[in-house]
Design a protein around this ligand. Structure first.
Ligand SMILES: Cc1cc2nc3c(=O)[nH]c(=O)nc-3n(C[C@H](O)[C@H](O)[C@H](O)COP(=O)(O)OP(=O)(O)OC[C@H]3O[C@@H](n4cnc5c(N)ncnc54)[C@H](O)[C@@H]3O)c2cc1C
Length: 392
């Protein structure tokens, strides 16, 4: 007998787990949802990232999306947590006059969207963070950001999902190798271990989303891997308690990429991001480089990040680095995630392309996708994120 499912979600990273989590809360209890991942749950980008939940005030649209998602994270924490949620806020640091001039601009952006951030002088800064370099004389503190551990967060989401939908079937180690269509409609997903007939397939495969879309016979999705090198220090070595970012991070990470993402000779760049963990270690990033699916470490770029981190938090010079690695961010060509139906193939939905904000945006992505699948009003205007923008 052919196996059937009402909904098949492919990709067990933060985005796929959030989609399942939110779908399970909206569909009838007896709905059969299957989550497939060819590796372990959260074993790809979501398990190789930092866990900064970042509210971005660049424009009202990004603020609405990121703030709504961080609220959903806070709700999940309030219901029991289990993923090392830390309410650290974020300190935006500046080391040049050019960057220092950005601090009040950023504060005004938070004010313009009805939120609040504070420019601190050197004294206030040191009283908040005694571990910072003594010559830093200004920073911006935004209290709304937080830090989580993405891997256990995926497990918590799936646990809650199963409580709503007892038939939820989570299958790690099960790769999708083909997709059958009936005309322009999804008909079945073929896995290494057999076929599952379904009319609804969610592609939440991050940097592999274009490959899965191709298996569905859909035109290529404009999502490209953007590598990031990370290092983590030994336990109980962090000299700071707050999530630190160079304010230039906003230009570097949120502006349009300066190079063509299909190039593989991008020299890359970095803006430092220091993230204390609940075990007293410090995650240090973050670099950005387009070079295809290559996950080998770029020691030069990483070294520059580490030097910048020590410049801001000198105590890090004595902290042993115990592990380094590379993760691949799924970069969408217009810098907005794709969340919604993919019109060329009926029954195919996309939730992918979150670049460096996928942990932040996981919950709201799941919510928007689930609300569209079920056909109820969306919490946030889904229009800017509809994949159809690439179908012209
Ligand atoms: C260095 C670095 C630092 C970051 N820091 C932050 C941060 O501080 N804050 C933040 O918000 N974001 C951060 N991000 C971004 C964030 O990690 C990503 O946007 C997010 O993890 C993407 O999640 P995903 O679920 O889309 O992809 P993934 O986690 O990669 O999940 C996709 C899954 O699909 C599976 N898959 C693929 N093809 C198939 C197939 N054919 N069959 C079955 N399964 C398949 C894969 O095995 C994988 O598990 C960072 C990223 C990096 C690399």
């Amino acid at each position: 007998m052919v196996e059937t499912a009402d909904l098949v979600v492919v990709g067990g990273g933060i985005v796929g787990c959030s989609v399942v989590h939110q779908l399970a809360r909206l569909v009838p209890r007896e709905t059969r949802i299957v989550l497939l991942d060819r590796g372990p749950i959260a074993g790809a980008t979501s398990g190789s990232s930092m866990g900064h939940l970042m509210v971005t005030p660049d424009d009202p649209q990004s603020y609405a999306l990121t703030a709504a998602s961080v609220r959903l994270w806070r709700d999940l924490q309030a219901r029991g947590g289990g993923f090392d949620f830390q309410d650290t806020g974020a300190l935006y640091l500046a080391d040049t006059d050019e960057d220092a001039a950005l601090l009040p601009v950023l504060r005004d952006q938070f004010t313009a969207v009805g939120d609040r951030a504070e420019v601190l002088d050197g004294r206030a800064l040191r009283s908040l963070e005694p571990g910072l370099a003594e010559d830093l004389d200004a920073a911006l503190f935004y209290p709304g950001d937080a830090v989580v551990l993405p891997m256990p967060a995926c497990a918590v989401m799936l646990q809650e999902a199963r409580a709503c939908c007892p038939g939820l079937d989570v299958r790690p180690g099960c790769a999708v190798v083909g997709v059958d269509r009936d005309g322009d409609r999804i008909a079945a997903v073929r896995t290494e271990h057999g076929a599952i007939a379904t009319r609804t397939l969610v592609n939440a495969t991050g940097v592999w989303a274009p490959a899965l879309a191709e298996l569905c016979g859909a035109p290529r999705l404009p999502i490209f891997p953007r590598a990031g090198n990370l290092a983590v220090t030994a336990h109980w070595t962090t000299p700071v308690r707050t999530q630190l970012l160079e304010v230039s991070y906003l230009r570097f990470a949120h502006g349009a990429a300066a190079v063509d993402p299909t190039r593989t000779d991008d020299p890359g760049g970095h803006a430092v991001n220091v993230q204390p963990q609940s075990n007293g270690s410090c995650l240090i990033g973050s670099t950005r480089q387009f070079r295809g699916m290559d996950r080998t470490l770029n020691p030069q770029l990483l070294r520059r990040s580490l030097q910048r981190a020590i410049r801001y938090a000198p105590g890090l010079a004595a902290a042993p680095i115990v592990r380094t690695w590379v993760g691949l961010r799924p970069y969408a060509i217009d810098k907005h995630p794709l969340i919604g139906p993919w019109p060329p193939v009926r029954g195919l939905w996309i939730a992918a392309g979150h670049e460096g904000l996928g942990i932040t945006l996981g919950p709201i992505t799941g919510r928007l996708l689930a609300q569209q699948v079920v056909g109820v009003p969306c919490d946030v205007d889904p229009q800017p994120y509809l994949p159809a923008r690439f179908c012209a």
